[in-house]
Every structure is written in structure tokens, then in C-alpha cells.
Design a protein. Structure first.
Length: 113
């Protein structure tokens, strides 16, 4: 199983970014996917998940601003992040659970005020 996250960068508060996570090594369409994030000096926290059937869930801190989606033809999950805030600054990780938890390498999002 491999997860490759991309799309992070530096953006001003109020701006937008779209993260991507390309998956391989398993049947992508059979598994739910999730995004987590870890801010400097903080523990990793849950952001959002999408089931294999497309049902989504969000942490309260991002609800209404972030949208998770998936493209099973591209084996990719996305996180559209709008109205970004400085407190969204973190390394963002994609995750899948198959007997154990697999993590991508993370992509850094920095939101300046």
C-alpha cells in the first residue's frame, strides 16, 4: 500500500487549496479514506473521511469549509479547502485502514494571516 499526498503550499488567509492523495497497492474503490493533520507541536488530529460509498464526515473545525471527494477511476482522494485560516496550518496526511493503518508522507499547508 502506498499513499502519495500532494497539493500543499503557502496561501493567505481566506484562500483555497486542493490536496490530492494518490493510492496504490490495493483495490481503492473498496476502502474508505481519511485526511488527518498535525500542526507544529500538536498531536495529529482527524479532519475528514469518505467511505467507499461516498458518505462523508468532517471535524467540526473544518465543516462547511472543506470538502472531501474521491475519484475511483484515478485511485485518488481529494480535500478541497476553502476559507483557510491560520489555524489550518499543518502537515496533512491521507490514511487508509487495511488490517492496519497506512499513512501518506504528508503535505505541508501554511496559511498566513
Amino acid at each position: 500500500v502506498q499513499l502519495q499526498a500532494s497539493g500543499g503550499g503557502l496561501v493567505q488567509a481566506g484562500g483555497s487549496l486542493r490536496l490530492s492523495c494518490a493510492a496504490s497497492g490495493y483495490v481503492f474503490s473498496d476502502r474508505g479514506m481519511a485526511w488527518y493533520r498535525q500542526a507544529p507541536g500538536e498531536q495529529r488530529e482527524y479532519v475528514s473521511r469518505i467511505t467507499s460509498g461516498g458518505t462523508t464526515n468532517y471535524a467540526d473545525s473544518v465543516k462547511g469549509r472543506f470538502t472531501i471527494s474521491r475519484d475511483n477511476t484515478k485511485n485518488t482522494v481529494y480535500l478541497q479547502m476553502n476559507s483557510l485560516k491560520p489555524e489550518d496550518t499543518a502537515v496533512y496526511y491521507c490514511n487508509v485502514g487495511i488490517n492496519r493503518s497506512y499513512w501518506g508522507q504528508g503535505t505541508l499547508v501554511t496559511v498566513s494571516s
